[in-house]
Design a protein around this ligand. Sequence first.
Ligand SMILES: Nc1ncnc2c1ncn2[C@@H]1O[C@H](COP(=O)(O)OP(=O)(O)OP(=O)(O)O)[C@@H](O)[C@H]1O
Length: 780
Amino acid sequence: MGSCGCTKMFHPGMMRVVWTQGHRFVPATTSLLLRPQCRRVETSSLSSFVDLRLPSRLFPVRITTLVPAGYCRQIVSAIGLNEEQAAAVKTEANCVRVLAGPGSGKTLVLTCRIAHLIKKRGVNPSNMLCITFTNKAADELRQRLRKLLGEEISAKLTIGTFHSVCARVLREIATKEEVGVDKDFVIYDEQDAGRVVKAILEEILNNTEGNNSVKEELSSEELGSKKKKKQLSVPTKEVQETLDLIAGLKQFELKNFVLKRSQSSQVLKMPFKYTKIQHLAKRYQSALRTYNAVDFDDLIYLTIRLFYLKNEFWEKYQKRWSYVLADEFQDTDVAQYILVRKLCMNNKNLFVVGDVDQAIYGWRGADYKNMQDLGRHFPELTTLELRRNYRSSQSILTLASEIMNQSSRSNNSLKPLKLEPVKAGGALVTIAHFENSEEEAKYIHNKIRSLISRKQASYNSFGILYRTRNQGQTFERMFIENGIPYSISGATSLLSYKEVKDLRAYLQLVWNLEDGVALERVINTPPRGLGPTTLKNVREWALGRSLSLPQGLRLIIEEQPSHKDLGITAKARKSLLEFSELVSELVELSSSEDFTVGMLVQEILSRTKFLEHLEGSDENGEKRTGHIEEFQVLANKHGCGRPALAMFLESIALNSESEEVGKDGKKLDTVKLSTLHAAKGLEFDNVFISGLEEGTLPHVRGDVDEERRLFYVGVTRARNQLFITHRKQALVPDIGFRQTRVSSFLDLPKKLYKEEWHESDDSWKSSQSGNYRSVAGASR
Ligand SMILES: Nc1ncnc2c1ncn2[C@@H]1O[C@H](COP(=O)(O)OP(=O)(O)OP(=O)(O)O)[C@@H](O)[C@H]1O
């Protein structure tokens, strides 16, 4: 064998099948799983930091234009904390809620609080758990803390998202007996989970024989219509709806479980919609367990379960993490809230930062009322406010505040924050009207060009934000045609390309041979004569023996049944055995201590002739090959052996955020296209918010208060210039292409913005006046 760094070192004769013998994997060590990349960075002096007599010169940050708010700023000049920030950092209270407006320096405060606790209060960094909402935010916090505290101290902190922290816990304590998976579990993302649900639904639909109780869960109309059309596959929308229902049911069950364990007399009654889905959910969970897999929700639920079931587990972790700090607390859901409460139940050392006006994830279960409930569950809670906004000009901030003043703020007992701009004046916000998306995109393109040519901006100082993903396509087209570099966040990330998912599935299977979803994905990719009919017959053969497909395949290798027994051709049988052998050899390679993840990927590519197949697949072959190369760049960052493989798989399962760096690792100078949701935490000098139409923003299916908050989040991303656009004709979600009405969110006092009309038909302009102009003009 060679050593790390060699490109090829596999001698087929040396390693043989392990798969058939029930290979046990080396569990990924937790420290390896979550330890930040070891990279030395310069440490800034702490002495100035810990003395918080204002104005302290403590946190040297350079403000650049492209980066997510506060991301990776370099040290150029020293800035101090304002009084509110310093109060939050220094407070003697242990249980603290910080209500922080947009651009008020949440990350700065969180970072400094951590440093303060360590340096002034002598808290051991190993006892601190810092939970962020995204992986990107976790990285940012880590980088800032390295600069502030140095590598040694910051490496002791646990920083991660709820999901990554719980994955870490489960890798340490999960057992099949208690939670149905062991420590080597794989994490299924939404699409993997969707494949499991789809398979179950299709099995129900296609299995017309016998008294199938599950089938009864689908309404007779649903089933009837499917049968009539002889439709054997279940549409994605239905899969998604089923997944949502299963998620709801699991959350409901968790709540009841916690109530029961807390000896509460209260028992929640199951909503009717869940009773219908119960059996299906059971099948889904049992499929996951057979594959030794968990979905995202499970990561948190199973952790909570273990904490409630076994006191010693809870005690271990509440002792280990006796200080909990959490960012973006308004976006926590019920499970995340339960987990935080459980961890802090005894110690009561909790520091949360959040803003209910920026709560935008209610549609996926987040509940900003958790921010309020803290007061009920922790009577000793101290509440502090951060109101000074450093980001936006006064003009932008006044408009933003007005947007929120018009919100009902129902259900929110917390007093609204009165934002104070640090930057006075500023250009008035522009509201511009266009005929259609093309005209809108042309205008935005011209604005960018003009500012760039006058050297007044770089590409990365522009953010174009929109409500629905398909709005981004017109901008993409315009930029491609005109050579404007752009990147997209919150949309197609590298990991969502089919070819990348296929390659990733090989790695998942190599990590966990029980992974039926990964197996089905790769067994005939690239094609090797194991098409749907062969697979169906093999699956049935396995099912007849009460085995999953992966288990069945292993039995085939052991027992070597004839192709007739299997109901497949002799050629297919040969191919099946060759495939099994390939997987076994890959498993063996992955266990080798000097075989890197990058080498494993290379091995898969060459042994399966993956790239040759891609190149010849269609006209996008070259593009697809490029995606694989990018994936290899990611894989190459990881080390040797199975722990490294686990770490790589975990990082990609939990990190759906798209990359913002080029292959050389440098930040891209690109215009950023982003959905409003994905823009959270970003800031730009110049922001365009597209498509302020009824049905689009507010979205036809959205909760109007939450949609308003989303608009507010978009507006508060802008530093200097803000353009808000409306299209006279546009594709309205769920409704189609049509004449639009200006969004009611633009019913704003006229003095707060200037207006431009870029469409030809003046009669339309007057017909719209009743919509919002008259309201704006008349009332103010
Ligand atoms: N005390 C300060 N002095 C000068 N600039 C500051 C100070 N505090 C924060 N800032 C700057 O204000 C900007 C916003 O800070 P940050 O990104 O931490 O805001 P945030 O509260 O996380 O905002 P949001 O919730 O809107 O994402 C950053 O550019 C940051 O450097």
